[in-house]
Design a protein around this ligand. Sequence first.
Ligand code: NAP
Length: 240
Amino acid sequence: MINKTVLITGSSRGIGLSMAKAFAEAGYFVIGTSRASFDLEASLGTKECLHIALNVTDRPAIIEAVKDLNAKSISPSVIVNNAGITKDQLFLRMKDEDWDDVIDTNLTSVFNITKAFLKSMVKAREGRIINISSVAALMGNPGQVNYAASKSGIGGFTRSLAKEVASRNITVNSITPGFIESDMTDALTDEQRSLILSGIPAQKFGDTSNIADLAIFLASDNASYITGQTISVDGGLYMS
Ligand SMILES: NC(=O)c1ccc[n+]([C@@H]2O[C@H](COP(=O)([O-])OP(=O)(O)OC[C@H]3O[C@@H](n4cnc5c(N)ncnc54)[C@H](OP(=O)(O)O)[C@@H]3O)[C@@H](O)[C@H]2O)c1
């Protein structure tokens, strides 16, 4: 791939930050986003990066960000749709806004961000879109009707768009992480942790670097013939 520029949404912590570090180490110029401002340069230890404070649900702000990048002649060849939230609640108690927020942040954002950058990839006839889903999309999870629905939507998005753009040398894949050590898993009680661990054949939670390693591979030339796939990184938690 000629243009080694990656845009990663939600890159200020957890899986997104780990991917940002891995892409920087692999020689990419890294555009990282999060709602809060964040010193990406200090975190990555390189000037070959740019942080944009951006809410992935804010379409006008995304359009402005694309204009700013165009003005700087920066055009990502790899997009990683990673920003995501949970607002867990049993279905009968789930508030309308908990449904709307999770669908907007986890699924509609993938449409928003991809739409904003796909045209330039089509023009360049190269590109990689990597969507971060969740094993909850495949297994379902009580209390996560909104989250699992948003992440399942990513599967259909990935397969359909992959078919549309494969002939343009653009691949679209999704990663379904299992339980990865992060702020999300830190919120679990000891009891919840041991219950979850008992269902994971590898008997341990994953590391954010496990997701980053796959993202780097999917972005590479070695993965040029892999598209429309949903790949689990979950220690064997879900096997279809
Ligand atoms: N951790 C796991 O075990 C696990 C398992 C399966 C799937 N996943 C998925 O992996 C992805 C990353 O998870 P994580 O655990 O690393 O999450 P995290 O630690 O909570 O980080 C989420 C990132 O997304 C950003 N973000 C959230 N809402 C945003 C919005 N509206 N606009 C822009 N940025 C936003 C956050 O920054 P700001 O708050 O500053 O915006 C932050 O940088 C998510 O899609 C998650 O669903 C995680």
